[in-house]
Design a protein around this ligand. Structure first.
Ligand code: HEM
Length: 406
């Protein structure tokens, strides 16, 4: 097929859905040469992607292209999404208690307070329009993950720049600036661990450090690399999903009206955003054996990009997939992945994004995009994450609710 699909092209990063449609129809298991990232397969059908994710033994995570060359000395980067059982299972066990639905539910009051505080600051600043990502979604996602990690939220700005550069470097893009920032982030994560060692608390970094020092469950490097990934996962995907949910709502006024009428739909609005325009668009796997998928022979050692963003639009799985439907049911999306690597942060992400959208619509029910400022190109350039770096939204001050508690 002469399909000139380029996962890295600006056009595909702005609106990849037409290209995903073509790939699913014409070449659902597509082999491409991605320049310095080498060659890999691109899978776009729900069924194929789901099958690979559930078969973690034959399609391991280690050796993923994005995780090569992330460390100066060439040592493997030991983040959960780059390793396999049994090491993967051992590390996940250490972090798991922080992410159970019960542990996460206890965070809801904090999330609600943070959302209201952030709205109060926006109102006090007089910014209208304001930047939904920088002024709302990021402060919320950061406050929650910083609280969980036991890191002062005053470091937010610094970490924000670093997490964006981490994604760029992991996605095989970026220049010297991003690499230098990645290195600073890398060094700083060790300093944070040292600080928690001296002053341990009930936070995740303290627990990871204890698992290194007292329990011998994980190594220093394993703790360190996963501290880094927690910042990135906790901030980037969550803030981008909040932005994507708001854009989808504003661009689908009938659905917006339904949600304004019935706030109990916000949970399913979030699920629909994870299907329709998810923020974690693609993940990588490697074939551990020769295997056929969709009539294509994939050889042992070859790599696969699983396009979750395309799985969500697959008409064989979702009727009328290009329609954004806040009442869609069933909605068996795989926006949080599937199998042993399924997102451990999914319950936290759900609470954060739901409460963030709820609070926004409660306090600013007239929220809309600023047409003069809305610019699709204000997106993160990444094949991994999808969402806005900046998103100008506006509201009618006469309709603002001054309420500060839910
Ligand atoms: C809307 C927000 C989020 C989305 C869409 C999302 C999506 C995903 C997906 C698709 C994976 C699977 C990766 C793979 O199989 O290779 C994943 C893994 C992961 N996520 Fe999330 N995530 C979100 C929020 C979070 C949050 C808030 C945290 C932590 C605080 C988190 C932590 C992680 C970690 C550590 C992994 C690696 C798990 C592993 O490989 O075992 N995520 N996430």
């Amino acid at each position: 097929m002469s399909l000139d699909f380029n996962a890295y092209s600006k056009e595909n990063q702005l609106n990849p859905y037409p290209a995903y449609d073509r790939l699913r129809r014409e070449s659902p298991v597509y082999y491409g040469d991605w320049g310095k990232d080498g060659k890999f397969w691109v899978l776009t059908r729900y069924e194929d992607i789901d099958g690979v994710l559930r078969n973690a033994k034959d399609f391991p995570n280690s050796l993923g292209p994005g995780l090569k060359g992330m460390t100066d000395d060439g040592r493997p980067f030991l983040v959960l999404n780059g390793i396999d059982p049994p090491d993967h299972t051992r590390i996940r066990r250490v972090i798991a208690p922080f992410f159970t639905p019960r542990a996460v539910e206890s965070k809801e009051p904090l999330v609600r307070d943070v959302c209201n505080d952030v709205i109060n600051s926006i109102l006090a600043s007089g910014n209208n329009p304001f930047d939904l990502i920088a002024e709302y979604a990021n402060p919320i996602a950061s406050a929650v993950i910083f609280d969980m990690l036991g890191v002062p939220v005053s470091l937010r700005e610094r970490y924000k720049a670093w997490t964006e550069d981490y994604i760029t470097v992991q996605g095989g893009q970026g220049g010297e600036k991003e690499k230098v920032n990645f290195r600073d982030f890398y060094d700083d994560a060790f300093l944070l661990m040292e600080e928690r060692r001296r002053n341990p608390g009930p936070d995740l970094i303290s627990v990871m450090v204890k698992a290194v020092d007292d329990e011998g469950l994980i190594s220093e490097q394993e703790a360190h690399d996963n501290v880094m990934v927690m910042f990135v996962a906790g901030m980037e995907t969550t803030e981008k999903l909040i932005g994507n949910a708001v854009v989808a709502l504003v661009q689908n006024p009938d659905e917006y009206a339904k949600v304004l009428e019935d706030r109990s739909l916000i949970g399913s609005l979030i699920e629909e955003t994870l299907r329709y325009d998810t923020s974690a668009v693609s993940i990588m796997r490697t074939a551990a054996l020769d295997v056929e998928i969709g009539g294509q022979l994939i050889r042992r050692g070859e790599r696969l990009m699983l396009v979750l963003g395309s799985a969500g639009r697959d008409p064989d799985q979702f009727p009328d997939p290009d329609r954004f439907d806040v009442e869609r049911s069933p909605n068996d999306h795989i926006g949080f992945g599937e199998g042993p690597h399924a997102c451990p942060g999914m319950w936290l992400a759900r609470i954060e994004t739901r409460v963030a959208v709820e609070t926004l619509l409660d306090r600013m029910p007239s929220l809309s995009l600023d047409p003069g400022q809305f610019d699709e190109s204000n997106r993160l350039q990444s094949t991994i994450n999808r969402g806005f770096l900046h998103l100008e939204v506006q509201f009618d001050p006469a309709l603002v609710s001054k309420r500060t508690t839910a």
